[in-house]
Design a protein around this ligand. Structure first.
Ligand SMILES: [Zn+2]
Length: 706
């Protein structure tokens, strides 16, 4: 085997492992479960080779403060609510269910907000943060592909774990590198001497280096293993220890009332503890009181009592990798059953705010200060346990209780921060999005998982999060000064997800993609367990392929490693594929599958070279299938979505998947865009706006100053 092919296999393994357990949302379930690692060997973030970086254990130096601009007494407050769908807001307005937002609508502005292409959180929030289109900031999807190797990789950034030398000393601290191009607008404000606080804005990780700004990172912060969230589920009904998508199952064997389990914690990159990928293991014991329906959980250092149907208090963990280096984590429990059978859920091992694996606040001490103020708090960026709910290791009620409690803690934090003297306060909540993803099945009677009973019980779970949003807005408005500008956004709307399109299978059937060893395009399909795109497809004859939530890439000469499509051929080929897909209908219902298909010209800027050649924009009910995200081609073109992940927007059409926009002042357009808020905020507080920010002013407050 040549060194090049050895490297390729290594890369493929890393990328495939990434897709099995790491990726956000339902992608974590797209891997073949048979192929997953054993339960004591959860998989890490892709460790694809990166340029060697200098050892770095100290926080980078902070930039020097600039004098505050004139007029800097003004304040902008921006509240973000992920995934709020305007048609539901309108229906709730009609029923007088959102009184505080209605006041803003009547006294200020309420409009649909144009999202990014595609209208999914990585691209949309990155557009909000940078005031640029996707082609400029370069975050196209949860999943990207490497044209040199045709393999999927994380779409927004990469974790490097702590490196230790043989003595156990740290030679490089763990760190996360974002692929995003462009600074956040709040960092721009901080650089001009303004006081800013940014709280839990999705995909703003790592924390910005700022002279005086405060920042708490949200979505993007991983668990201590570098996954978006890996849960633990313990039960005496499990027969064997096994990994499932998004977590692992551990059987409990009781001796009297007590069961003991060993669980893997932090990963030791030196593999000191055995096989590659070994983890520092710790013991945990459960003593069940079946009459009281409680479980006493004993960890390394403490015993807590967890009650049935309640989230427990947080516990701390220490994973000692060497005499001089330990990884610290926190977690908590939810007892689902503590009677005849025992079933205990444990949330992922997330960063300890007093000693985080990777800094997730600015200044570094801010995470610990928040613990001093509020006690231990959830630090994982993927902050709701969707994987566990999908796999039935957590209940709907436990999930919704957590959503309510987490939204309330974020609210408390934001209201407290409003009492401080700031020029900009930006805060986001992800609860509405996650509840919509998981509970859409109970609001769409055509969804395969819809039931009357479920609809009665959970059919308004999404509305409940909107009511909470309205309460938060009311409390924030009550704290505004007369001159304060309030902007409220959601990054995109929502659609139902009833059927998945196996895009690669469609490409195979239509002669654009060829599977090795299966010359009959009418029947060829990829092995379910095979995620190695190099071994599935014959790149010497294939013209196009799909990786990610809604992207098609040509096998382009000079870009893809084994590209065969010339530049001269590419435009006609793109138009041909686009035309055929736009004509595609569901053979069962006759419904059209796509509302639109965008081509790469819609993306402009320094990252446009990485853009997909075709960006799919599905009609309501359809999305790319799970196997498509990892590049596979199952036997059938369509597949029923019988997953609880039942609402989606990742590859919907930006033209009909707007978010919402509210302001406490009249704006100057009926069509605000997600890239306009940062520009408006900077101008309102008297800051200069960088020339490459694409957004426009939404208020008639003069010209933006560059
Ligand atoms: Zn979403």
């Amino acid at each position: 085997m040549s060194s090049k092919s050895t490297r390729r296999v290594g890369l493929s393994i890393a990328a495939v492992l990434f897709l099995f357990v790491l990726a956000i949302g339902w992608i974590s379930g797209c891997g073949n479960e048979k192929a997953e690692a054993p339960a004591n060997n959860p998989i890490e973030t892709s460790q694809a080779p990166a340029p060697a970086a200098p050892a770095e254990t100290k926080a980078p130096e902070q930039p020097a403060a600039q004098p505050a601009p004139a007029g800097s007494k003004k304040r902008v407050v921006i509240l973000g609510f992920d995934g709020v769908e305007p048609t539901i807001v309108d229906a709730m307005f009609a029923a007088n269910e959102l009184p505080n937002l209605a006041k803003l609508r009547d006294g200020g502005s309420y409009k649909p907000l144009t999202s990014a292409i595609p209208p999914q959180s990585p691209s949309a929030w990155s557009s909000f943060i940078t005031c640029k289109n996707t082609g400029a900031h370069g975050i196209y999807d949860f999943v990207a592909r490497d044209p040199a190797y045709y393999i999927p990789k994380p779409g927004f950034g990469r974790t490097e774990h702590t490196k230790l030398d043989a003595s156990g000393a740290v030679t490089q601290a763990a760190r996360f590198t974002s692929y995003r191009k462009g600074d956040s607008f709040w960092k721009i404000a901080d650089g001009q001497g303004l006081k800013i606080t940014s709280l839990m804005v999705p995909f703003a990780f790592p924390a910005d280096d700022m002279s005086q700004g405060h920042m708490l990172c949200g979505l993007g912060v991983q668990d201590i293993r570098g996954t978006d969230s890996s849960f633990f589920s313990f039960s005496d009904t499990y027969e064997k220890q096994e990994s499932i998508a998004g977590g692992a199952l551990y059987p409990l064997v009781f001796d009297g009332d007590v069961a003991k389990v060993t669980i893997p914690g932090a990963r030791d990159m030196r593999n000191k503890y055995g096989a590659p990928g070994a983890f520092v293991e710790v013991d945990i014991s459960f003593k069940v009181d079946r009459a009281a329906h409680t479980v006493a959980v004993t960890t390394q250092t403490e015993t807590i009592t967890a009650k049935k149907d309640e989230w427990s208090q947080w516990v701390r963990w220490t994973f000692e990798l060497s005499p001089s280096y330990s990884v610290h984590a926190i977690s908590r429990f939810y007892v689902i059953d503590a009677g005849e059978h025992v079933n205990i859920y444990m949330a992922c091992l997330q960063y300890d705010p007093k000693s985080p694996y990777i800094r997730f606040t600015t200044p570094e001490t801010f995470s610990g200060e928040l613990e001093d103020r509020y006690g231990l708090y959830k630090t994982i960026g993927w902050d709701f346990d969707t994987h566990a709910l999908r796999k039935d290791t957590l209940t709907e009620d436990a999930f919704l209780t957590d959503v309510a409690q987490t939204m309330a803690w974020h609210e408390r934090l934001v209201l407290d921060e409003m009492d401080k003297e700031k020029n900009m306060l930006i805060a986001a909540w992800t609860g509405p999005d996650r509840v919509s993803h998981m509970f859409w099945r109970f609001r769409d009677p055509k969804h395969p998982l819809y039931t009357e009973e479920g609809s009665k019980k959970y059919g308004r779970a999404v509305e409940d999060t909107y009511k909470k949003m309205d309460e938060i807005v009311g409390k924030v408005v009550a704290k505004l000064a007369p001159d304060d500008l309030l902007l409220i956004l959601s990054d995109h709307g929502f659609k139902s997800f009833r059927k998945g399109l196996n895009v690669n299978t469609w490409l195979v059937r239509n002669g654009y993609l060829n599977i090795k060893g299966q010359p009959d395009a009418a029947t060829a399909f990829s092995d379910d367990s095979n995620n190695f795109l190099d071994s599935i497809y014959d790149w010497t004859t294939s013209k196009a392929y799909s990786v990610g939530m809604g992207s098609i890439f040509l096998n382009l000469q000079g870009r893809e490693a084994q590209g065969i499509v010339t530049d001269a051929e590419s435009s006609a080929l793109i138009e041909e594929i686009k035309g055929k897909l736009l004509a595609l209908t569901d053979p069962e219902t006759g419904e059209k599958v796509f509302d639109n298909i965008y081509t790469r010209e819609v993306f402009t800027g320094e990252s446009a070279a990485n853009a997909p050649d075709l960006q799919l924009a599905y009609a309501d009910g359809f999305q790319s299938s799970k196997p498509t995200a990892s590049g596979r081609a199952p036997a059938d073109i369509f597949e029923i979505n019988d997953d609880k992940w039942s609402g989606e927007h990742a590859s919907s059409d930006v033209a009909n998947t707007p978010g919402i926009f509210f302001a406490n002042k009249k704006i100057n357009t009926d069509a605000p865009r997600i890239i306009d808020l940062g520009v408006t905020a900077l101008t309102y507080v008297g800051a200069k706006v960088p020339a490459d920010f694409e957004g426009k002013l939404l208020l008639d407050i003069g010209e933006r100053v560059q």
